[in-house]
Design a protein around this ligand. Sequence first.
Ligand code: SF4
Length: 355
Amino acid sequence: MSTITWPTQLLAWFETQQRPMPWRQNPSPYHTWISEMMLQQTQVATVIDYFNRFIALFPDVTCLAKADQQSVLKAWEGLGYYSRARNLHRAAQILVSDYDGQLPSDYHELQVLPGIGPYIAAAISSIAFQQPVPVVDGNVLRVFTRFWFIETDIRKPVVRDQIFERLSPILHQVPPEDFNQAIMELGALCCRPVNPSCDICPIQGQCQAFEQDQVHRLPYKSKKEPVPHHTIGVGVIIKDGKVLIGKRKESQMLGGLWEFPGGKMKPNEEITQTIEREIREETALEVQVDGFLCQVKHAYTHFKITMHAYLCTMRSGTPTPISCDELQWVSLSELDQYPFPKANHTVLAHLKQID
Ligand code: SF4
């Protein structure tokens, strides 16, 4: 008989304190998969609406596999990290062709599918199939570096491996689906990054950082390199009431999404020169840069941008997709049908005002 008591306390706490979430009401493998893919890098509050809309559009693996990629990206628009949507779509097609439309339950087999790494595989196999596999996400890392007083840099993979190893035998003694969700919920509700609520924490009695009054010191995280900043110029070329948009190459970041042509400003360049040069290089068009439209600041994971958007007039040339997959002239009323990266949404909003 195990002497461990904290998992029991944790599970009792989870039973009464867990937040209602649509994917918890019907934890099918498909719902678990979609929700966990969305929850990577995105807050629960944001994910709920996206999840409900996505499931309404693509209620099962077969519907998702049959959908065209643009409609999947459109449903994902605004969530960011669009490779998640492209991978979901590709994985659904593989599931239909090779797995009879069913997600496998095995932790290792799941990781053969595009976009499914150790974390998502553990979540699906434990939550949807009750397999005893620990889920180790950012919340879980934070909880256990404090609970077990692990002082190693949390960015190092060895910390994840160590926590996975220590949790593995425990997962055989508890309902894996509840235990994994309980830890993640504890990290979100009690063991928060700053000002954790140790006073109401169900596992406080065995928490080593709490006992030693060292909670504020953990987890230890080494400093990140400073994030580079890029100045971007984009041109909104208007002709006969339509604007020119390009579809980013599949292999690029934000692949498959649409945008206005433009790119990074070079040293000693004016922003209007950047726009003229980038449009020439990307589309083979010569344009005249007219009026300023708007400025947008946006932060990606590894860099930040300030984007300057200008209205442009076409002077000569034939639109040619040199560095994108496709170019299209689209009326302002049709723009909503295309998936755009978030930074472009401000440009779209300004365009609607001048319509
Ligand atoms: S007692 Fe505090 S630091 Fe320890 S697990 Fe609970 S919330 Fe986290």
